[in-house]
Design a protein around this ligand. Structure first.
Ligand code: GAR
Length: 215
């Protein structure tokens, strides 16, 4: 069997997506989470990692002179684990172009919307205010455009009449916990690649909005 793909996961908060990745790894996975790094010492995801026996590290962004200095330290911490893949799982920091370029083709993010719609924050509220019939979440390769890189997999979730932000967010989270492990598995199996700015699965370009799933 070939060597597992080393994964480093970056978080800022609860880490429920991290938990979904840990659960998949414990079941069976072609990748291994070698470290979890947070820019906040109080991120609950750090406890999840520790419970799973995964190394953790905190780099408080406020302790660095500027974004470039923080990102340089972050790259050093990540590269100590020789990662084949870096996974942003609720990592709420804008990354410098130097960081993004350094991990080009091996940097994934999850975003709670049907990209390219609703980039940025507060997506559930914005979807409800717009009266949309559908919402969703997307895993994408990270490029220098914020929330703008090629989409790998996208789950669509129907908005229900009784939905408020919390109720809708819960269903989006549940969908995230299915699509992120799937994308990471594909990557670890060598099936998913970024090539000439396109997300490719099994050598074929994925649709602009990624592999479509509906929950
Ligand atoms: C997730 O909903 C993820 O999509 C979102 O943060 C949450 C993290 O939850 N990410 C972004 O909004 C990135 N722009 P978690 O800490 O429980 O995984």
């Amino acid at each position: 069997m070939s060597e597992p793909c080393n994964v480093v996961v970056l978080i800022s908060g609860s880490g429920s997506n991290l938990q979904a990745l840990i659960d998949q790894q414990e079941a069976s996975s072609p990748s291994r989470i070698r470290a979890v790094i947070s820019n906040r010492g109080d991120a609950y995801g750090l406890q999840r990692a520790q419970q799973a026996g995964i190394e953790t590290r905190v780099l408080e962004h406020g302790h660095f002179a500027d974004r470039a200095a923080f990102d340089a330290a972050l790259m050093e911490a990540i590269d100590a684990h020789a990662p084949g893949l870096v996974v942003l799982a609720g990592f709420m920091r804008i990354l410098t172009p130097a960081f993004v370029r350094h991990y080009e083709g091996r940097l994934l993010n999850i975003h709670p919307s049907l990209l390219p719609r609703y980039k940025g924050l507060d997506t559930h509220r914005r979807v409800l205010e717009a009266g949309d019939a559908e919402h969703g979440c997307s895993v994408h390769f990270v490029t220098e455009e914020l929330d703008g890189g090629p989409v790998v997999v996208q789950a669509t979730v129907a908005v229900e009449p009784a939905d408020d932000v919390e109720r809708l967010a819960q269903r989006i989270h549940a969908a995230e916990h299915r699509i992120y492990p799937l994308a990471v598995r594909w990557f670890g199996e060598g099936r998913l690649r970024l090539q000439d700015g396109r997300a490719m699965l099994d050598g074929q370009p994925l649709p602009e909005t990624g592999f479509p799933l509906r929950f």
